[in-house]
Design a protein around this ligand. Structure first.
Ligand code: ADP
Ligand code: MG
Length: 256
């Protein structure tokens, strides 16, 4: 059974069809990528999976159950976490606190507990802080915990956002252009990190423009163009696909 299954999903914004009749499955356990020219509908697919948008038609199942009608926090609690194409950290919060906020989707403490500061809530807070420290270490930011997020170099901010996403203990991690703006050394670190995430048992699905990175890390690639799936398969097969070559070469935006 697929971990994630989109069945005939369409998303229209007024007259603009951003995603068109997309059917696609993701197996648990690997690293998959979604590529396509700017405006192809990739981020919209992530926004549909995470509940920011509801499909105009079609259905999305995760882990054997429909996500229909669920709000973003309920979907996060089911086990889907993400990062954003434009980094969304709390700029004036420490790196450690940023990671801790990622836990909120799964925090057990009730409103009552947090109002009364019960021992149970304090114990949970300690566990969350401890886990956040582990995650900072996991993304190679163990010495940055006290820094404001905004003071970290760009590549570190991207890794911090990944740590925050992992704090919700997801089964599936969606990364929207995680290498955007990174230098070659940061990209190498990112490739290693994505491998470690997969090895920890989290399925990774990424959108990426850097073909080298896509071809290096992903086992499976889906290609979108004008909201439609035009190819899918191994990185090698996709790279040689006529429609894919045409989709990229036919554009002036230099996405390839
Ligand atoms: P990609 O991530 O592949 O570059 P997007 O999914 O961001 O593409 O966008 C696909 C298309 O949908 C674009 O034409 C974009 O302008 C449009 N779009 C995305 N979000 C919205 C929205 N909230 N309202 C209107 N149009 C949108
Ligand atoms: Mg996008």
């Amino acid at each position: 059974m697929a971990l994630l299954a989109l069945d005939n999903v369409t998303k229209a914004f007024g007259g603009l069809v951003a995603v068109k009749e997309l059917t696609f499955e993701l197996d648990a356990g690997g690293i998959a990528a979604m590529i396509g020219p700017n405006g192809a509908g990739k981020s919209t697919v992530f926004n549909l999976i995470t509940g920011i948008y509801a499909p105009s038609s079609g259905s999305i199942d995760f882990d054997g159950r429909s996500l229909r009608g669920l709000r973003t926090n309920r979907i996060a609690a089911r086990g889907i976490a993400r990062t954003f194409q434009n980094i969304r950290l709390f700029a004036f919060m420490s790196a450690l606190d940023n990671v801790m906020t990622g836990r909120h989707a799964r925090m057990g403490a009730s409103m009552f507990d947090s109002l009364l500061h019960t021992p149970r809530q304090r114990a949970e807070e300690r566990r969350v802080r401890e886990r956040a420290r582990e995650l900072l270490k996991f993304v190679d930011l163990e010495r940055a915990g006290a820094s404001y997020a905004r003071n970290l170099p760009y590549g570190s901010q991207r890794r911090l956002e990944i740590a925050r996403a992992l704090a919700s203990d997801p089964k599936l991690l969606l990364l929207d252009e995680p290498a955007a703006g990174m230098n070659p050394r940061e990209k190498d670190e990112l490739i290693a990190l994505i491998g470690r995430i997969r090895d920890s048992g989290v399925t990774v699905f990424l959108i990426e423009h850097d073909m080298n990175l896509v071809m290096n890390v992903s086992e499976r690639v889906t290609v979108l163009d004008h909201g439609e799936k035009i190819a899918e398969g191994s990185p090698d097969a996709v790279r040689r696909d006529e429609r894919v070559i045409e989709a990229y070469l036919g554009r002036a935006d230099g996405a390839a």
